[in-house]
Design a protein around this ligand. Structure first.
Ligand code: SAH
Length: 270
């Protein structure tokens, strides 16, 4: 499919720098005093080379979801692709699942979950800030178009999850322990709770709440590090800089039979 009017595309220069553009017939894109008309980009094949008025060359690309997330307008800080990818498998997001999410933030996690559950599934977001909610909905519409299986509740998720018998609860908010009683009530047995948290004291408090509820087993916490490499001729080595910390992921499974969790037990990772 060729690039269409109204689409958001990325222009990538020779050094790999990325410039997002939302295409509108009749408009002109400007970069460092050089221009190209949007009309010249509309109708091209994904990955075509284009030349600006001053001779600068760019590749025009339809962004992947990860690329789009890194360049979309942000209200709240987004979850990075390395963590989004990990969340999909550790929260075991599957086609047809009903997933509860809070807060919506900039919508990065929401879009990732929508892709995972597919058209047969459903994503329900809770968000307390209207400005973030609006930004997120715009971001989602710009990439996914009209979505019919996404619901947004503008409220504190700890004050009540309106859905029952849900498959997954995925949280990116500062006090997830406040949500544990509602997550226990709303999740089906065998359902999965996952929380993304930046600091150790938050993780300790959450795990205590999960254990204390008696409703969860298989409670585990981990982080992932992504180290980029530089591969240029004979310079084959790790990049000099990396994002050294984003957050810890804590995952738990809701059990049918309530259990007392042995605090000294360690769970073997898969
Ligand atoms: N995961 C999002 C970023 C979320 S930032 C993304 O990838 O884009 C955290 C969001 O949680 C903020 O928008 C904040 O307003 C919201 N929030 C914080 N506490 C909340 C609560 N108790 N209920 C609902 N939303 C909450």
């Amino acid at each position: 499919v060729t690039i269409r009017d109204g689409e958001r595309v990325h222009l990538v220069d020779r050094k790999g720098r990325v410039y997002p553009v939302t295409l509108r017939m009749g408009k002109t894109y400007q970069h460092s005093g050089q221009t190209i008309s949007h009309n010249a980009l509309i109708g091209l094949e994904d990955g075509s080379a284009v030349t600006l008025s001053g001779g600068n060359k760019f590749v025009v690309l339809r962004p992947t979801l990860a690329e789009y997330i890194m360049k979309m307008p942000r209200g709240a800080q987004v979850i990075y692709p390395k963590d989004l990818a990990t969340i999909l498998l550790w929260a075991d997001i599957y086609p047809g699942a009903t997933v509860i999410e809070a807060g919506i933030g900039s919508g990065a996690l929401t879009m990732t979950l929508l892709r995972g559950v597919g058209e047969a599934g459903r994503v329900v977001s809770y968000e307390i800030r209207d400005d973030f909610a609006e930004r997120a909905l715009e971001n989602i519409a710009l990439y996914l178009g009209k979505v019919s299986n996404h619901v947004l509740h503008r409220k504190d998720i700890a004050s009540g999850i309106e859905e029952n018998n849900v498959d997954r609860v995925v949280l990116d908010l500062p006090e997830p322990w406040r949500v544990v009683p509602e997550a226990v009530r709303a999740l089906r047995t065998g359902g999965i709770f996952l929380s993304y948290l930046p600091t150790v004291p938050q993780v300790a408090r959450l795990v205590e709440a999960l254990q204390g509820s008696g409703a969860f087993g298989m409670i585990e916490t981990f982080e992932t590090l992504q180290r980029p490499w530089n591969i240029e001729g004979r310079s084959v080595r790790p990049a000099l800089r990396m994002v050294a910390h984003t957050a810890f992921l804590t995952v738990a499974r809701k059990l049918a039979t309530p259990v007392l969790v042995d605090p000294d037990a360690t769970i073997e990772g898969p």
